[in-house]
Ligand binder design. Structure first.
Ligand code: T4K
Length: 395
């Protein structure tokens, strides 16, 4: 699943990317910025739609993009969806799950909402403090006769402990459906993120490493499951005069697919540029007391989707919130992905107890994701680091 698997004809050299942003030395720096294809290339890609007038319902662009993504990801069976969230809901439905699903509270609202909206009960395991992914050691104790699946989340551009999770799932006969919203292009020892578990959901939202404006991908193993996903994403229609499932509408349209076809051509360069940004941050911030960086895991090739730090207020001399607010005043927009913890959401706090997952609770209070996008300039990385370090009161 290396980026080289895209035809060399379609890979654009990183040097052709524009540096950001405005000339102003103090121009606002967003937490991320959508990668855009070359305008003329996009117009060429969508021009045939004026002729065909085939705009959605598995048109040519969607089918082409699916084929290219399967090659890129090293998978055989996938279906493009309207967004990542609906890919996850469709997958949960396709597996006919019941009862309880073990998952992480340290994630975006989507993961838990998808479980709850599918009529399932989320059960929250704690996370590991080194990479913020679900802790396999805390999964096992939560398994009951009602457990039907595990929904781990590969966050920020790293991977869960896929081997330990699979071993537990196999022993207990549980399905593993990954929320791989952040993991497009991530691989471990040459194996793509979407190959792990029984299924994976990817997000192609405008803020992601690879975007189709809005979009997602449901990756499964086997043709019959793929057929079911495709039926479920199209109102459960199973034939010309037959409806076999209670499905919704989760199809990608042709304009989004065209955006994906264009963005895939420049993805390799985008990830290289992100890697340079990541390296520059590490250069400036490694070893700063009170700032903890996400460790790079041996064998895992990241897509550098996010650059999370945690701020220990005692050692740094300022809280995460003080850093966040102080940077915002200076035009540097960071995000508290993921705060509040899911179990502290107004809609969930009366049902779940966030003190049961203390590592996740602490991460939610201390994490801050710094600006990260392919054309973030080195000048701005230095500006962000200067402003961040100026916030500390302990030397
Ligand atoms: N699971 C996980 C673990 C996820 O993180 C997500 C989504 C999902 C599932 C669900 O996947 P999708 O259904 O979304 O495909 C954003 C995204 O909306 C969301 O996709 C993402 N995770 C989440 C982590 O972040 P916001 O509300 O924080 O984004 P917003 O609109 O504030 O944008 C942030 C910055 O991005 C802006 O300040 C500028 C830039 N931006 C934003 C948009 C919308 C652009 O450059 N272009 C744009 O079009 O949620």
């Amino acid at each position: 699943m290396s980026p080289d698997k895209i035809s060399p004809m379609t890979v654009t050299d990183t040097d052709s990317y524009p540096e950001d942003t405005s000339d102003a030395i103090d121009a606002p720096i967003p937490v991320t910025r959508s990668s855009m294809p070359d305008f003329d290339a996009f117009v060429r890609e969508i021009a045939p739609l004026w002729e065909s007038r085939w705009l959605t319902n598995r048109g040519e662009k969607v089918r082409s993009l699916e084929a290219e993504l399967n090659t890129y990801l090293g998978v055989e069976h996938s279906a493009l969806t309207v967004n990542g969230h609906m890919a996850l809901e469709t997958l949960l439905q396709a597996f006919d799950l019941t009862g309880e699903v073990i998952t992480t509270p340290f994630t975006f609202a989507s993961t838990t909402h998808a479980i709850v909206r599918s009529g399932l009960t989320p059960v929250f395991a704690d996370i590991k403090s080194d990479d913020y992914t679900i802790d396999p050691a805390s999964i096992e104790a939560l398994i009951t006769p009602r457990t039907s699946a595990i929904v781990p989340v590969h966050i920020y551009g790293t991977l869960c402990d896929v081997d330990a999770i699979q071993e537990i799932a196999d022993r207990h006969g549980l399905a593993v459906i990954y929320d791989a919203a952040h993991a497009f292009g991530v691989e471990r020892n040459g194996v793509g993120a979407a190959s792990f578990g029984d299924a994976s959901m990817l997000s192609f939202h405008a803020t992601k490493v690879f975007n189709t404006v809005e979009g997602g991908l449901a990756v499964v193993k086997g043709t019959s499951l793929l057929a079911k996903v495709k039926h479920l994403q199209n109102f459960g229609i199973t034939g010309l005069d037959e409806v076999g499932h209670v499905g919704g509408n989760a199809k990608m349209n042709e304009f989004s697919a065209a955006m994906g076809l264009c963005n895939l051509r420049t993805l390799h360069g985008d990830i290289q540029r992100r890697e340079q940004v990541d390296a520059a941050y590490r250069d400036r911030l490694s070893g700063v007391p009170g700032i903890h960086l996400l460790e790079q895991v041996e064998g895992v090739a990241s897509n550098y989707a996010y650059f999370p730090i945690t701020v220990n207020p005692d050692e740094f001399g300022a809280t995460r919130d003080q850093v966040h607010d102080g940077l915002a005043i200076r035009g540097v927009y960071t995000r508290k992905y993921f705060y509040p913890l899911i179990t502290d959401f107004a809609v969930y706090r009366d049902t779940f107890d966030s003190t049961a997952t203390p590592v996740a609770k602490r991460a939610a209070d201390e994490v801050l994701t710094l600006p990260m996008y392919a054309d973030l300039s080195m000048r701005n990385v230095n500006r962000i680091c200067d402003e961040l370090l100026a916030a500390r009161t302990v030397e």
